[in-house]
Write a protein that binds this ligand. Structure first.
Ligand code: CP
Length: 305
């Protein structure tokens, strides 16, 4: 990338230099987010959300408004011609590219954002593709770690929960491969991390271990990254029922963590973090939500600015 970012489909499209540049720009956006700017005045962002979202869509919209740009799109596939009339993704993209300057797409299928980019003449940003990837979430997660811990190199992190279907941990795991970090993968055996992501991390020289219990995952790390078990991705709901509630972070479990460790979560949560944890000093997941705005401002500026 370095220079002008075009599409952002996979975290693997970015080098360490690219990621560091986005994180630097995100920090600069903290002030711009407060004062607002007209840097992207006249630019239009199309949000095509074929799957539900609160944070990703609204933070992209907030980012665009704070930069003076405009937003259009749909938040529910049922109100689009793709849902109601069976229009193909290719035709949807070839239509929307005539209305906007950048497309932000979330879709339930792996590979969907890459397909959209192949048909689009304007930049495409992946806002979550199936259980595959969520690269802008990984960037905001890295930004949050850097902001809250002061660095990324040298930290230890546990990725906890649904490492099989969770797209955020796939992108974050691969993004961490650019840094000198120690990673614990913490999941019930049926939800272990995808082998391709483990291979990526090990090839990059990361120290990676796998553990089955949350208690083991919480000890001796700087960052605990919790995730929701992704009910909607299970082919058989009985498999989900057998696993739900397995990992629950309550006050007792927080007591196993280092005092200066932080808890992150991409959200939404279901029951994996008790609400009573929210008031502990370790709970940083709502601060992490704010990182979504500044990081996405930086990404939009690098693409459209
Ligand atoms: N973290 C995240 O992707 O949240 P939403 O599904 O609400 O966008």
């Amino acid at each position: 990338m370095i220079g002008r970012l075009h599409n952002l489909i996979s975290i693997l499209d970015l080098t360490r230099q690219d990621i560091d540049l986005i994180l630097e720009h995100s920090a600069k956006m903290e002030q711009v987010a407060i004062k607002k700017s007209k840097d992207l005045e006249g630019k239009i962002m199309a949000c095509l959300f074929f799957e539900p979202s609160t944070r990703t869509r609204l933070s992209f919209e907030s980012a665009m408004f704070r930069l003076g740009g405009s937003v259009l799109g749909f938040a529910d596939v049922a109100v689009s011609s793709a849902g109601g009339k069976g229009e193909t993704l290719a035709d949807t993209i070839r239509t929307v590219e005539r209305y906007a300057d950048v497309i932000v797409i979330r879709h339930n299928l792996d590979g969907s954002a890459r397909v959209a980019a192949e048909f689009s003449k304007i930049p495409v940003i992946n806002a979550g593709s199936g259980s595959e990837e969520h690269p802008t979430q990984a960037l905001l997660d890295l930004y949050s770690i850097k902001k809250l811990k002061g660095k990324i190199d040298g930290i230890s992190i546990s990725l906890c929960g649904d490492l099989k279907y969770g797209r955020t941990v796939h992108s974050l795991g691969m993004a961490l491969s650019h840094y000198d970090v120690t990673v614990k993968l913490v999941a019930p055996p049926p939800l272990r991390m995808k082998p391709a992501v483990i291979a990526e991390m090990k090839e990059a020289g990361l120290r990676v271990t796998e553990v089955d219990t949350l208690e083991e995952g919480l000890k001796d790390v700087d960052v605990v990254y919790m995730t929701r078990i992704q009910k909607e991705r299970f082919p058989d709901v009985r498999e989900y029922d057998a696993l739900k509630g397995k990992f629950r972070l309550g006050l007792k479990e927080v007591g196993l963590m280092r005092d200066d460790a932080i808890i992150l979560h991409p959200l939404p949560r279901v029951d994996e973090i008790d609400p009573e944890v929210d008031s502990t000093p370790q709970a940083k997941y709502f601060e992490q939500v704010h990182s979504g705005v500044v990081t996405r401002m930086a990404i939009l500026k690098l693409i459209l600015g």
